[in-house]
Design a protein around this ligand. Structure first.
Ligand code: IPM
Ligand code: MN
Length: 366
């Protein structure tokens, strides 16, 4: 298979973790005999510095001509004082909107060897395998008017029927492929948008008789996520609620550093990024956990290119490296040996090479 991948490293630890992810992508390319044409583009603060625009036209063109996008992270104190249009985050929001990447998929899986890194009790988190499906191109993030005057500020929460329908359908489809349970999260006791949301979920459920549906208010969902997270399968929710709940859910895995995400359009085109931010305080020190970026490559291969075996190989390699007790600083306990970003990535690369050797041996003996 030959595909073009646009890589947008961004700011802070973004360049380090995307470099790690690209290294793994190249191992997959070699081992499974694909060709991935990788081209780099600027986004966020890095793009503001270079082009005075957090999402320059050349970056849009680069992505337009690609089959998938891999992104690091955006933001940092350097640009915090900037006006809204020149904030790094604006680049991320603009690229999501430009390519209509309305479905943000954030899987959260408890990994046995990381259970001790979570502040939650082991028995609460051990069977967690959930997925947050967050609406990504509507709601408070994009509603107009959005403005600030001297003594008042406005943000608008608006959702159209069409915007809700397509994300709710996505939630149902994903639930159907998993454990068959969909939790729709809203604030129906207060918000008009949530009333419409809940009505649409009720309408749609007739089309998915194999999926069990429950409605949950967002405050209650926030509580259930840390008290009984294994009860969830797929959570579908609007943009802002999904942003908050997905950071909350990351405590289950012990670190934001292991959570990948996919932001996809109806035709499968997508942008893949770790859910963590740019972590400027540790940038450039080799302390970043590249797992989320590497797992984002696995999601890219699976969701945009349909390469399931390749994606599983990466996931498995990462699990083995954790199981063998190799961690970056965010996950290590005082008695663990801490690996740098590069050294940890090399463990994953070694494991991928070992897998292919053992596959060859099995082939020879069969
Ligand atoms: C995320 C981030 C972004 C968001 C920020 C950086 C704009 O927190 O991807 O969750 O709020 O969507
Ligand atoms: Mn967020």
């Amino acid at each position: 298979m030959r595909k073009r991948v646009a890589v947008l490293p961004g700011d802070g630890i973004g360049p380090e973790v995307t470099e790690a992810a690209v290294k793994v992508l190249k191992v997959i390319e070699r081992r499974f005999k694909h060709t991935f044409d990788i081209e780099y583009g600027a986004i966020g603060g890095a793009a503001i510095d270079k082009h005075n625009n957090p999402l320059p036209d050349e970056t849009i063109e680069l992505c337009q001509g690609s089959d998938a996008i891999l992104l690091g992270a955006v933001g940092g104190p350097k640009w915090n004082g900037n006006e809204a249009a020149l904030r790094p985050e604006k680049g991320l929001l603009a690229i999501r909107k430009h390519f209509d990447l309305f479905a943000n998929i954030r899987p959260v899986i408890a990994v046995q060897s990381l259970l001790q890194a979570s502040p939650l009790k082991q028995e609460v988190i051990e069977n967690v395998d959930l997925m947050i499906v967050r609406e990504l191109t509507g709601g408070l993030y994009f509603g107009e008017p959005s403005k600030r005057t001297e003594n008042a500020a406005f943000d608008t929460l608006v959702y159209t029927r069409n915007e809700i329908e397509r994300i709710v359908e996505k939630g149902f489809e994903l639930a159907r492929l998993r454990k068959g349970k969909l939790t729709s999260v809203d604030k129906e006791n207060v918000l008009q948008t949530s009333k419409l949301w809940r009505e649409i979920v009720e309408e749609k459920k007739a089309g998915y008789p194999d999926v069990e549906v429950e409605h949950m208010l967002v405050d209650s969902a926030a509580m259930q996520l840390v008290t009984n997270p294994s009860a969830f399968d797929v959570i579908v929710t609007e943009n802002m609620f999904g942003d908050i709940l997905s950071d909350e859910a990351s405590v289950i895995t012990g670190s934001l550093g292991v959570l990948p995400s996919a932001s996809i359009r109806s035709d499968g085109f997508g942008l893949y990024e770790p859910i963590h931010g740019s972590a400027p305080q540790i940038a450039g020190q080799g302390k970043a956990n590249p797992a989320a970026a590497i797992l984002s490559v696995a999601m890219l291969l699976k969701y945009s290119f349909g390469l399931e075996e390749e994606a599983s190989a990466i996931e498995e390699a990462i699990n083995v490296v954790f199981r063998d007790g190799f961690y970056t600083a965010d996950l290590a306990s005082p008695i663990d040996r801490v690996l740098s970003t590069n050294d940890w990535t090399d463990k994953v690369v070694d494991e991928l090479d070992l897998q292919s050797v053992s596959n060859d041996i099995m082939f020879t003996y069969n």
